[in-house]
Design a binder for this molecule. Structure first.
Ligand code: APR
Length: 244
């Protein structure tokens, strides 16, 4: 895959770059995406049945166990070359912001620093009532662990459908997207709002938008550069081509 010379030179001289990532960037680590027709989580489960506050009220144990299963899956994997390439890019760009929709924590595990977690983090657990975070909880097989402060049920600190995103993370993401020179959209289907609007906000403010995704998305026709393939293969080549 060859990269256009003007993109490489822009990357080499830009001072403000934003990258947004989705489940696709963790696929090569062995984690399932959400909307892949065959292997996507939402191909097997209905998101409203497992990732909504209503579902948690209806059957908290089912939801707790499902996230416990996903948490174990994340513990069993490591960042891939795509995650590490983003760490390399962060080290070379004066102002780099990594916005992620992923709750797997793999970007930080790879060494990324300026990370905005729009949808929370599956490794964090908090009380559904009083919001108290806890590092430890009993793994009673019968019931959902309770908060030591208010006895409310514990839940993963992730954003469920219909819930608001963490305000500080979202405001910082919007500000970064609106003021960047270069915006990379990586491994996301670009259909979930408000994350999906950030690339368009950057484009409307004159930023150059680059999409790296295994398949076309609604952003593909709006992006300045589109590379369809695996992020774990393409991103290291971008780093090599600019700074190799
Ligand atoms: N490299 C690059 N792109 C990939 C790869 C890969 N190795 N593997 C899959 N993809 C692409 C798919 O083609 C798809 O377009 O990644 C995209 C993943 O899209 P989704 O499964 O929809 O995941 P995402 O965009 O992160 O979903 C957004 O939706 O379900 C909610 O909260 C959840 O954060 C999630 C949000």
């Amino acid at each position: 895959m060859n990269f256009p010379a003007d993109l490489l030179s822009l990357l080499g001289r830009t001072s403000k770059l934003v990258a947004i990532t989705g489940a696709g960037v963790s696929q090569e680590s062995g984690l399932r995406t959400f909307r892949d027709a065959q292997t996507g989580l939402w191909a097997q489960y209905k998101p409203e049945d497992l990732a909504s506050p209503e579902a948690f009220r209806r059957d908290p144990k089912l939801i707790w166990d499902w996230y416990a299963w996903r948490r174990e899956a994340v513990k069993g994997v490591r960042p891939n070359a795509g995650h590490y390439a983003l760490v390399d890019i962060e080290a070379r760009i004066p102002e780099f912001t990594l916005i992620t929709q992923n709750v797997d924590g793999l970007h930080r595990m790879a060494g990324s620093k300026n990370v905005l977690e729009l949808h929370g983090n599956i490794q964090r657990v908090r009380c559904a009532e009083c919001y108290t975070f806890t590092e430890t909880w009993g793994d009673d097989t019968e019931s959902v662990p309770q908060c030591s402060i208010c006895s409310g049920l514990l839940r993963p600190d992730v954003v469920w459908f219909g819930e608001a995103l963490p305000r500080d993370q979202l405001e910082a993401a919007v500000e970064a997207a609106r003021t960047c020179e270069l915006f990379f959209s990586i491994g996301t289907s670009g259909v979930v709002q408000p994350a999906a609007s950030l690339a368009h906000a950057a484009r409307n403010r004159g930023a150059v938008v680059v999409e790296i995704n295994a398949e076309p998305t609604p952003l593909s026709s709006k992006a300045n550069y589109v590379f369809h393939g695996k992020s774990g293969e393409i991103l290291p080549r971008v780093v090599e081509a600019v700074w190799g």
